[in-house]
Design a protein around this ligand. Structure first.
Ligand code: TXA
Ligand code: MG
Length: 345
């Protein structure tokens, strides 16, 4: 398949390009589009055969359900059964990086929901994503636009790396602002379970809902026989080809350890900006200032791709904090590291 690649710098002025992408989706094809979190691999969410194409293009198991993207929060009603809590969340956080699991209506095929009777609904804030969904006139089912097992794509070059020749169109809208996938919550009346942390933090959710529980699998490794609340939690999302080890301990001790390791082994390092001057440049990837978790989140997936492309035998990175946006970063990093943490004292 020939993949058409279009740069979108001005969604208003490029209505025709967006209309062509929308047409591809309406006709059952696949178009990749930018969102504020990561790029999405989009197809018509009301079309079972489009869902099958999405799974095939990604090489993803078809029991791992897809998120459906709507142009406006209230459009959820057409495809799902939202309750009052959904509307409170929508008022506070939509459009934006929040996905809510709701009971589904019959117009969403089970191929999209991996056989579940619930559906994940998200209203993204990225202007290209919103314009595309509105023009398509159908909800867009879209997982992250990476090959299964690779980090989610935060720039169009990552998408080209993974999906060139496997989709009809790629819309390049530049780098994604947040860089980590959306926060996912499940509702049980007014009780809320956080299934995947993201740009909408635990504290932000607590401002809107009284009872917020963090699912075990967010921070902990599930045992082989445990059933996760979200099918996606059971998959070992992304594993770099060299083992990733997360370091924890006093800043000066961790830096000394990294300096020693650069002498002793062929390693790649995801470091803080402040550490760059104290480490050798080879296979060194700065992810942002120590206190700037937002930049670290934005750069994480690109840095992991870059570290993975080196010939390093081992990759080191810092263990992130678990407060605020740190929890989302922590969740992605401990999974990429298969929960390997080295404490240095
Ligand atoms: O930011 C995002 O959410 C991006 C952009 C493209 O919107 N999308 C994304 O999709 O990350 P994906 O497919 O890579 O991750 C969706 C996660 C999966 O772990 C899946 O298991 C979970 O959502 N999920 C989807 N539907 C669900 C449902 N009905 N119940 C529980 N979990 C569900
Ligand atoms: Mg994904």
């Amino acid at each position: 398949m020939q993949t058409e690649y279009i740069k979108i710098t001005d969604p208003e002025a490029q209505k025709n390009d967006l209309a062509r992408a929308a047409e591809i989706i309406r006709r059952g094809g696949l178009a990749v589009f930018p969102t504020e979190t990561v790029y999405g691999l989009g197809g018509d969410a009301t079309d079972a055969s489009a869902a099958k194409k999405i799974y095939a293009a990604k090489g993803r198991p078809s029991d791992n359900p897809l998120i459906i993207h709507v142009a406006n929060p209230e459009d959820a009603e057409r495809y799902a059964l939202p309750n009052d809590t959904y509307y409170r969340l929508a008022k506070a956080f939509m459009p934006g990086p929040l996905t809510v699991i709701l009971p589904k209506r019959d117009n969403i095929p089970r191929e999209v929901t991996g056989g579940l009777d619930t559906v994940a609904v998200r209203c993204p804030s990225h202007p290209v994503a919103r314009a595309l969904i509105a023009l398509a006139g159908v909800p867009i089912a879209a997982p992250s636009a990476n090959l299964s097992g690779k980090p989610s794509p935060t720039s169009a070059s990552h998408v080209v790396e993974d999906l060139d020749g496997r989709v009809d169109m790629i819309l390049d809208g530049g780098d994604c602002e947040i860089g980590l996938e959306s926060t996912i919550v499940k509702l049980d009346g007014d009780k809320l379970t956080l299934l995947r942390p993201g740009g909408i933090t635990y504290d932000a959710l607590c401002m809107v809902c009284e009872q917020v529980t963090v699912a075990d699998a967010v921070t902990r490794q599930l045992a082989a026989d445990e059933r996760p609340l979200s099918p996606g939690m059971k998959y070992r999302h992304y594993a770099p080809s060299a083992p990733l080890v997360l370091l924890s301990g006093p800043a000066n001790r961790v830096l000394a350890f990294l300096q020693e390791q650069q002498q002793a082994v062929n390693c790649a390092i995801l470091c803080y900006d402040e550490e760059c001057a104290h480490l050798q440049k080879n296979n060194l990837f700065a992810v942002g200032a120590r206190d700037d978790v937002a930049t670290q989140a934005k750069r994480l997936f690109a840095a992991l791709r870059e570290a993975d492309a080196t010939d390093a035998e081992i990759i080191y990175a810092h263990l992130p904090p678990t407060d605020g946006l740190g929890l989302a970063l922590y969740n992605r990093m401990i999974r990429a590291a298969a929960h390997t943490v080295k404490t240095i004292d």
